[in-house]
Write a protein that binds this ligand. Sequence first.
Ligand code: UD1
Length: 413
Amino acid sequence: MNTIYITGGRPLTGTLAVQGSKNAVLPILAATAAIPGRFVLTNCPAIRDVTVTRSLMEGLGIQSRESAGLITVDSQGPLQSVPDPGLAGLLRSSVLLLGALLARLGEAEIPLPGGCVLGDRPLDLHLKALKGLGVRICLAGDRLLCKGRPEGGIAILPYPSVGATENLILAALGATGPVRIIGAAREPEIRDLADFLTACGARITGAGTPCVRVEPAPLHGAAHRILPDRIEAATWLCAVAATGGTLTLTELDPAQLQPVLTLLGLAGCEIRESAAGLTLHAAALQAPGTVVTGPYPAFPTDAQAILMAALLRASGATLFRETVFSDRFRHVPALCALGADIRTAGDLALVRGVGALHAAEISATDLRGGAAMVIGALAAEGTSVIRDAWHLDRGYGKFAERLRALGADVMTE
Ligand code: UD1
């Protein structure tokens, strides 16, 4: 998709099955580089980040096929230790190949993802913890040269970085002794990675808690079903909250969405769990107070822009505090172009509800920011144009088709 045209003002209603999780499938695909074997992954989302990851893996010598949500992977052949820099630069998660290749080959040469070790999304936590386990790492131009299998020991993360936790778990698969990760991230996607690796023979305890232990074990191929995407689910719920209507989501774990559900409930939405799934019935919205993002189980940073877009017309003011990323209000100017009243200062954004939104021509800045703009446009009067819509293809499968199934007036080119 390059451009999305949305004529807003229609309530959205219907039932959707949530897709498999982007942030679970990407580390699991990277993990197949650590283990020679054949793998069957089901419930995989049909998204661009998966396609790019599969191309990246193919360049390393790992074959895969995709059909209707099922990906088969064969990583039994000899592997290259140097991922393609062009493809790796497209994906932050390409850095997980560092842990996976170290585990399997004892060496890796990783292009910096987007060349940003010291920038907004640094890798210092990954590198310091791996060095502490005896891995030799040096920077050569825009590549990280890494050598040596990790030794057993303790890796301490002063902040629960999702990627650093995943990289350490992957590297620890090839360690010479047990590795304990203290201060690990607790996101559900980390538990899913550990469940996949356990099916592959790994001995991992504590995934989903701040202390994870990985013991050396023989590894082999396995089958695994990817967990549902809690951020995709949050996107559909926020879209319906913004436009009015009733949505039932199936194939999700509501417990993993609790912080989002709590705020939508405080905003006045009626939310019910039943055997049929999770149903949200939208009502006139009121501002739910303060929203503070943080590592799981706090409110997810990936849902910040999306919830903000849902609350643009809520009565009262909502204060957002973004504590995870330093530059995550890039969607705000586009939401203001739609008529929103938002002021930002540092890590704060104050949203004052407005009576109505109007159409605008705007450009997606990133994946979740783009989704927020779509939600804003769905709630606005008139036809909005959203350019650079390819950002949405990174994380949402059949996005426009699914919106149309709920009754949205959406066209793409
Ligand atoms: C993952 C998710 C992303 C989500 C984020 C936080 C994937 C593919 N991506 O990204 O969607 O928004 O978790 O939930 O799963 N940091 C450092 N040094 C490091 C590593 C991280 O300072 O070495 C900082 C980052 O700059 C950021 C914060 O820690 O400010 C969180 O980053 P992290 O948890 O590592 O996120 P990612 O794994 O990149």
